[in-house]
Design a protein around this ligand. Structure first.
Ligand code: PEP
Ligand code: MG
Length: 311
């Protein structure tokens, strides 16, 4: 019941075996942070910043973005905030006046989106990075790069971050000495070259929404094929488990921030894969916590999975 779930707000998410699980919140606009605080989330695991950019003819400038990020960081009062850089394209498009290219792209889901778009628009990218870095002076902030498929995208993103830091320094602005940089693992290629990407990354976050879309070649927004959009497809589970185990073996933090993380049908499966960090809509935190605290034994996986798909 609701009341029983409510009583879970201030108890920790610990498995019966005594393992502590991190339950963070996904947010889309700064005001969403209030729901995360109310549910006592362990942090913000995914701030989808593109919602600040959508539906307007003029993009937010550095100060406007800084205010939005600062509001979230301050509200979380010392808990970590993972800010994802602009993940625009496909299901989340900019206004036509700003990004005409996306409107004419033959296949937006496979086009110039997310980190690809940012690297092609370096001034806009560094404006966002400077705003995020300024917010890092107010509390623990991590930067998350969406839609990574290539090693050089991580290199270029890191170079842009370093340049943005220098620009702030030249202006006398403060930012944290160490801002961790991670990648979304949401394109199968990224999961398959994780051993190459990990030395360049501080953490990973698995985006199951896109990972399912790109693994199964199912448009996540197309109702005609929605019945084939299956989080439990063995190929999807295989990539998720491989990513979790590879990150853990390398000592790099890994979480799941796609919708699967907030769906109680998959909680035990993800725990059985070794996942200890979940990020979800704030409204899912208590139901997932109740599964975590009550799960006597994690459910066996439907299919045995090898650890390395790219031996
Ligand atoms: C994902 O792809 O799983 C994800 C968390 O990001 P988004 O849904 O914003 O693409
Ligand atoms: Mg995604």
């Amino acid at each position: 019941t609701r009341a029983a779930l409510g009583s879970l707000r201030h108890v920790p998410a610990v498995t019966p075996a005594g393992e502590a699980i991190e339950l963070a919140a996904n947010i889309e606009v700064p005001e969403d942070v209030d729901g995360a605080v109310e549910m006592n989330a362990d942090g913000i695991g995914l701030f989808r910043t593109e919602f600040l950019f959508m539906g307007r003819k003029q993009l937010p400038d550095e100060d406007e973005q800084f205010s939005a990020y600062a509001r979230v960081v301050l509200a979380m009062a010392g808990k970590p905030v993972v800010i994802r850089t602009l993940d625009i394209g496909a299901d989340k498009t900019l206004a036509e006046e700003v990004d005409l290219q996306a409107v004419v792209a033959p296949n937006p889901a496979l086009g110039l989106r997310a980190i690809r778009y940012c690297l092609a628009n370096p001034e806009m990218f560094r404006t966002q990075l400077r705003a995020i870095l300024r917010a890092s002076a107010l509390g623990p902030v991590k930067i998350l790069i969406p839609m990574v498929a290539h090693e050089h995208e991580v290199d270029q993103a890191r170079a842009a971050i370093e340049r943005a830091k220098k620009e702030l320094k030249a202006r006398g602005e403060k930012c944290a000495a160490n801002v961790p940089v991670g990648a979304m693992i949401e394109i199968p290629a990224a999961a398959l070259i994780l051993d190459r990407l990990l030395p360049k990354l501080d953490f990973c976050s698995i985006g199951t929404n896109d990972l399912i879309q790109y693994t199964l070649a199912i448009d996540r927004a197309d109702a005609e094929v929605a019945h084939l959009y299956d989080p439990a497809h063995p190929a999807v589970l295989h990539l998720i488990e491989h990513t979790i185990r590879t990150c853990k073996a390398a000592g790099k933090p890994v979480s799941v921030c796609g919708e699967m993380a907030g769906d109680t049908k998959y909680t035990e499966r993800l725990l059985a894969m070794g996942l200890t960090s979940f990020s979800m809509h704030a409204g899912c935190i208590l139901p997932v916590k109740s599964i975590i605290r009550g799960s006597a034994a994690a459910a066996p996986l439907a299919q045995p999975m090898a650890n390395t798909p790219h031996a």
